[in-house]
Design a binder for this molecule. Sequence first.
Ligand SMILES: [Zn+2]
Ligand SMILES: [Zn+2]
Length: 409
Amino acid sequence: MQYSCVFFNTGSIINYIFTQSVSEKSDKAAKFFPNAFGPDCRKDQKDNTILSFRDTRCPFIFKVQILLYQGMIRFRTEGIYCEAGNFYIDPWKPVDMALITHGHADHARWGMKRYLCHEYTVPILQSRISPDIKVQGLTYNNPITINGVKVSFHPAGHIIGSAQIRLEYKGKVVVISGDYKVQDDGLSTSFEPIRCHEFVSESTFGLPIYNWLSVEEYNRQLQDWVLKNQSIGKTSVFIGYSLGKAQRIMKALEGVDKLHVHYAIGKLNQAYESVGIKLPEYHTIDLREDVKYLDKGIVILPPSLADTNVINKIPNRATAICSGWMQVRGARRWRSADAGFAISDHADWNGLLQAVRATQAEQVYITHGQTAVFTKYLNENGIAAQEVETAFGTEDEEEDTNNKLSTEE
Ligand SMILES: [Zn+2]
Ligand SMILES: [Zn+2]
């Protein structure tokens, strides 16, 4: 990790400024102050890390402090902060200015004075947070400047409108990727690799066991499953997150039969359609009404309904869960579903590695998911990586309800 470090001491005898790797910081300090007591670490009001050493060699230098300035972004208690630009990216506490990578609830939260996001995310935020929020939409690859920081949004391939946020300041480039996948799902604009000095990545499925099939293969599997159900007189019920997954299931089954979606999904579809996104034709259902007409048809429901009684109203149903977690044996049985398809809007193990390598970043931060394993793997393979604590991963891909499906996140 590159830090600008300022050495100073209370007797103002030495004052060094240099850049060093944080993993070397203790070594260097120890070499410089061989008689130093171990460092004690604290943060100042601006969230700078201060390491203090005491040196017994010299009576003047009774205390030396290293002030660690962390590049362009900082991980603060409110969220990821860009000090030069004075804004946050996907903050989890209310702040003045929030740049939002995408519309999932753990990345786009209530309470920000102003929001900036991709233009397709604008109606999603208005629908999920409030129609009255102050929000500005940008297109991809269209930089603006905020307090001297060049800011641009680039496709993340996660869901429609999802963006990696690129920050450039004084020749340094940082990319905060939010959630992403490198597979092209045919709906979201495909992931764009961006060279940068520092890369902030998720690792939801950062274990080598996660390897997705191609989108075409999954589409074929979904279609075959529907046809098989119809041949034995069953209604095909798909469970998938209403923002992202549901639209992909619709796309996969376009033309197979009429698509019936729960109104929670319909609401988000409308938000997309309001900005000109073309989705496959669908019919919105309300399970409080009589739904016998769904017999042998295709139904798409959000996960919040999977374990409720209303789902029993659907006649002769076979249920399939569409989620990356389905790749783990037993997950399907545990949710008592008839089928499970490991379809995810997140990158799999190889996708994560591919994305990280493509950035050629000298420092990578891992925000959520399988952070320990993925960070260790990167460091062992010559890529400096560090786990950071964030509030992401709690609601992503799991609706707004407390769903069991993603407790492993
Ligand atoms: Zn996330
Ligand atoms: Zn997400």
